[in-house]
Design a protein around this ligand. Structure first.
Ligand code: PMP
Length: 366
């Protein structure tokens, strides 16, 4: 018998507002084709693996000491990458890093949300936004998208002016629907928002549109752009997320971050991976081409496909999305039921994986 198993969750003095909720997470199943969590399907190249290994060995020799609490070298590298890719001269003072962008989002809500405060997001979007809001006891205000999942920015701006949320989430490209927001419309939204605006750019590298980082100087008092190395950088297992904002925002997050939250191993591995950014990001163009092939093939099979600017595609319509999800699984293809009626989301994989997915789609569309 498992020690302590006689006590059940219901027996514990859990916070009332957490009772009955379920943990976030997609099934981690051992199937041949896994296209359910928007990772980069290409493993890191051997040179990167060797560099990470060397860096980890060096860090291991110093593991009796706490890591650099401010992760200065890593933040400087990240600032360099963002500055080069956006043309905005960001420095270490503009960047903060944590264990995945989820931790970044949590720190933002800890600092700027909390009891008595409200966070607003345009749904459907990344479902961790309301979950992290709940965890920090920030009231969640869901706001609508159009029926085709695009964002009506004029209506959204009006809503922000009226509701006055403390934090507004804008996901661009949006997960799980795929569309991104044109810079002019984004500007209009940020200008209308009375509080903090988090532009979640987890999938920015796959998008053809400019980053919200270009708006940072103008909206230094409110704009935070979050990024991750989990997607285009092929570093999901390394857990490294970051943000770009005004230095004062980075100062604010120091008040809630745990000391030494980023291990010496994580910092060293992420820096080594960043040195190979050209190689890992080299897969982005191939993935975008494959995304376009998947979109066209699905449309050719008679599916409705939501336009995507990311490395995943939302498609339908299924009478019973849950049953269709199981149908794919029976073909050895794991995709994602994101809880949108009639729709499923597939991550773009390698050409072989996409072929397997499309072959299964053909069977399922019959
Ligand atoms: N934001 C969005 C929109 C995402 O889709 C994800 C990953 N599913 C994340 C943030 C968090 O990613 P990570 O914590 O791995 O950086």
């Amino acid at each position: 018998a498992v020690v302590g198993a006689r006590v059940e969750l219901a027996d514990l003095p859990l916070r009332e507002d957490l009772r009955g909720s379920t943990p976030y997470g997609a099934p981690q199943l051992d199937v041949p084709v896994r296209l359910n969590t928007n990772e980069n399907p290409y493993p890191p190249p051997p040179e990167l693996v060797a560099d990470v290994t060397r860096a980890a060995a060096e860090a291991a020799a110093q593991l009796h000491r706490y890591p650099d609490r401010d992760a200065v070298a890593l933040r400087a590298d990240l600032a360099g990458y963002l500055a080069a890719s956006t043309g905005v001269p960001l420095t270490v003072a503009n960047v903060w890093a944590a264990n995945g962008s989820n931790e970044i989002l949590q720190q933002i809500l800890q600092a700027f949300g909390g009891p008595g405060r409200t966070a607003l997001g345009f749904e459907p979007s990344y479902s961790m936004h309301p979950i992290i809001a709940a965890g920090t006891r920030t009231e969640w205000a869901p706001a609508p998208r159009r029926a085709d999942f695009s964002l009506d920015t004029a209506a959204a701006a009006a809503l922000l002016a009226e509701r006055r949320p403390d934090i507004t989430f804008v996901t661009s490209p949006n997960n799980p629907t795929g569309q991104s927001i044109p810079p002019v419309e984004l500007r209009e939204l940020v200008a209308a928002a009375p509080g903090i605006v988090v532009v979640d750019e987890a999938y920015a590298e796959f998008s053809g549109r400019p980053s919200a980082v270009t708006l940072l100087d103008e909206f230094a008092d409110r704009l935070i752009v979050t990024r991750t190395m989990s997607k285009a950088f092929a570093f999901a297992g390394g857990r490294l997320g970051y943000l770009a904002a005004a230095p004062a925002v980075v100062d604010a997050l120091q008040l809630v971050r745990l000391p030494y939250h980023l291990s010496a191993l994580t910092q060293a591995a992420a820096r080594a991976a960043l040195r190979h950014a050209d190689a890992t990001l080299g897969s982005v163009a191939a993935l975008v081409a494959e995304r376009n092939r998947v979109v066209e093939s699905l449309a050719g099979l008679g599916f409705e496909v939501v336009p995507s600017d990311a490395n995943f595609v939302l498609f339908g319509r299924f009478e019973d999305a849950r049953a269709a999800w199981q149908g794919y699984l029976d073909h050895g293809v794991l995709i994602r039921d994101v809880g949108i009626a009639g729709h499923l989301r597939v991550t773009v994989g390698t050409p072989d994986e996409n072929d397997a997915f499309l072959a299964a789609s053909k069977e399922i569309s019959r």
